[in-house]
Design a protein around this ligand. Sequence first.
Ligand code: ADP
Ligand code: MG
Length: 597
Amino acid sequence: MADAPQHQAAPVARIHHLPPAVVERIAAGEVIERPASVVRELLENALDAGATAIRVELRAGGLRLIRVVDDGAGIAREDLPLAVAPHATSKVASLADLTDIRTLGFRGEALASIAAVAELEIASSANDGGLAAVLTATPDGEVLFSAAARARGTTVTAGDLFAAVPARQAVLRGPRGEATRALAVVRAYALAHPDVSFTLISDGVLTLQTHGTGLQAAVTAIYGADARAALLPLGPTAADDATITGGIAARAFSFAGREHVVIAVNRRPVANRGLLAAAEAGYRPLLRKGRHPLLIVNLTIPPERLDPNVHPAKAEVLLRDEAAIAAALRAAVHAALGAAPLMAGADTAGLGPRPVQLRLPAPRRRRGLRIADRASQGYSARPEPADAAGVDTTGLTAIGQFDDSLILARSAAGSLYLVDQHRLHERALYEQLKQRAPALTGSGSPSAAGQHEDDAVAGSHQLLLEPVLVELTPQQAVRLAHRAHELAGLGLGCQPFGGSVFLIRTLPEVPGGAQPLAAWAAELARAAAEDTDDWLDYLCISLACRSAIRRGDPLSPGEQQRLLDQLDRLTAPAVCPHGSPLLLRLSASYLTRTFEW
Ligand code: ADP
Ligand code: MG
């Protein structure tokens, strides 16, 4: 992590015009599209100046006024005019610098672009003399200088944004919509820079405040104690010379949209499709359909592996060897979420100082927030924060069965576990099926394919005494016919029988599965005909679900133990294939606290 860029108390850097050769290499395009773009640029400038506390004020969603106040290094008085000149910056000087960008800004364009569409005022002090130089610039090019009292740091104010650009005004959303977007920007930077204190005041209302005391505190301040309690650590995971850290809160704290998935590369929140897709591929199989977590990913990577100069608003970066990093991200997210049991805990005491209670994200988002009704699950306990000891699911010893549905178990560390027998078995069968499946569909590695081919063909299906007729929609029929070969490899033998009717003659044999599958032949065929690239996953889930021990099945002590022993081998031992939790943990310390032992 020696290469991690740091944004700390920088000495005052002098500003210069970029040479034409560098200007030519800079991604051109519209930098300032809406108030949120201004907020983003001004936050980046404050962070680059090493600010430890940043305050953002908005009026009318930023359309009337955006003000960002920082306690950073400030701008030298003589440099103020250069700060608003296009392609003038203190952050890069040569072409070589463009391949080794360690600051959030590097193009020297933001302030100039803001000055072109707003009334801009910059008050900055680069020393402890208590006096700031003030520059005022109007879109028509008028520039005034004055002075004001101010401690070290910079205040940038942009007023009446786009007042003279009617075309731009037409595509804006109005104060509420713009305020929501600006809030999302501040939130993302506050999460990506949890050691800096952020304050957002919107139309006089304190909307967000973090204290610069780390990620957990920032999550608590922004999302509340429930999110903090549900927050699981992500990583640290190494992928070559990159490191992934962060946190994820899901299940009891999840959203209908992706707006709380924040991926920061070297502390720059980005919208890289590849990384977002990888993160989602990590959590999607572990959450209920359509739910998204609160996810904060901090990817630290040597600057030379990274090109932030590909997008005019710097919203995307280009990563060398992105595929490897994406794979590591996917695995890290999957591991963090898949291994964490539900926790029963007393309360959120001991979480550190209570946050100043703040308004949560805009009401529209709030609606997407789902705090599970724990009472309705039969557990009135609140979750306790995950700790390093939170995952001790290996080596569980069965104690007994509750209502023929939950296995009670003890962990080596003395936790009491309640294990949903159906979901655990389902997870175990599903993972076995998935291991076999890639070889069958040819998407696995060649060696794996060779290794599994024999057992796949030999004895992996059961012949149905009576073939089952399944009527599908024409679209389903086309897809099923298309996949018939792969399905045969899995043991699902189906033949077209005229029109969109199929004849099912064999079904996959699920090793360790208990239920006869014939009754579900139609359901399996439909899962296999799903209109998605994930059809194989659907089929495996369906197979696992239908073959698994059910709630209500009595189990002998030996059967209970054999089921628990499977936990050790699972990649996501805490979550069933449908994304529901399967383990509830009552830690030894929770029991001690609760019973006042
Ligand atoms: P860039 O950030 O790409 O250099 P900007 O137009 O955003 O371009 O800013 C121009 C220059 O003004 C920066 O390089 C920096 O030297 C100075 N500057 C801008 N904002 C601040 C700030 N908040 N604190 C200190 N210096 C600043
Ligand atoms: Mg900048």
